[in-house]
Write a protein that binds this ligand. Structure first.
Ligand code: NAP
Length: 257
């Protein structure tokens, strides 16, 4: 059974590790191609956009994909919507594999906003030292608030940094440890953290570090989910794939009866 995994996340990598080497499935990992040096994959990889819903639907048909697992980042809303629509158009079952969102706990000082533009406004007019961890593709909007000093962490070095007059850049890939995050925020004299509510463990340490240091966090809420069946563990996804394989077997037996 051929399975397409839409990836670019630690969830997709974890699923790929569990699917690798199995004789009953042929998994393919799809990456958008945003990261210059993606983490190595134990299953075959294809890279680049499909060309919208129609392109993805055409790919599913051409490659004989039997199940589509959308394990993209919770903020990758367009590809997730495309996956649901392409699944509906082709009859390919679609499941989302994602991580639970973070929830506020006592000691957190969160200011939740709906998008990155609102995060810029939430920083206010007085100059602050901001730890910016929203991903390099969302940095441009912070040019609207040039009074702040931005400490930017991203996997690849951002290209459009000159739009932010006062900034320092750190390239690093999670997972991050709490002690190291506390040390980084102290060293860089961070006054506020800006983050997406990505959820999961790999990048939660910055939220816990802000709590420990009493720092406010401007947290961008997740976009609305695209509407497919959703799982939060690899085991649940594997059980769903087994059910899809079982349904296909039944359908094949019925059509040959
Ligand atoms: P997006 O806005 O939802 O998608 C934009 C377009 O990129 C899609 O329409 C699709 O192009 C292409 N695309 C996205 N993910 C793809 C995939 N896995 N395989 C093939 N094409 C893909 O996505 P995004 O926010 O730019 O994120 C891009 C990738 O980075 C995702 O795979 C995501 O998992 C990863 N990522 C995103 C974030 C984030 O904060 N957004 C954080 C960490 C990792 P076509 O329409 O041409 O098919």
């Amino acid at each position: 059974m051929r399975i397409l995994v839409l990836g670019g996340t630690s969830e997709a990598s974890a699923l790929a590790r569990r699917l690798a080497g199995r004789s009953d499935v042929e998994p393919i990992l799809s990456l958008a191609g945003r990261t210059a040096r993606p983490a190595p994959s134990p299953i075959p990889v294809r890279t680049g956009g499909f060309g919208g819903v129609d392109g993805l639907a055409a790919y599913l048909r051409k490659e004989g994909i039997a199940a589509l697992v959308d394990a993209t980042h919770p903020f990758a809303a367009r590809i997730s919507a495309n996956a649901v629509q392409a699944g509906a158009a082709t009859g390919v079952p679609v499941a989302v594999f994602t991580r639970p969102a973070w929830s506020q706990v006592p000691g957190d000082r969160w200011m939740e906003v709906d998008d990155v533009d609102a995060a810029v406004a939430a920083l206010g007019v007085a100059p602050l030292c901001v730890f910016l961890t929203v991903g390099r593709l969302s940095l441009g909007v912070f040019a609207a608030a040039p009074q702040h000093t931005y400490v930017i962490r991203s996997i690849d070095r951002p290209e459009a940094l000159e739009t932010l007059p006062s900034r320092r850049s750190i390239t690093d890939r999670g997972p991050f440890r709490l002690d190291a995050e506390v040390e980084l925020m102290r060293r860089e004299r961070i006054e506020v953290v800006v983050s997406k509510n990505s959820g999961g463990d790999a990048t939660y340490a910055k939220i816990a570090a802000a709590r420990r240091l009493g720092l406010p966090v401007v947290l961008v809420r997740r976009p609305a989910a695209a509407g497919a069946v959703t799982f939060e563990s690899v085991d649940e996804v594997l059980a769903w794939l087994s059910a899809v394989a079982g349904d296909r077997g039944v359908a094949a037996r019925l059509s040959s009866a």
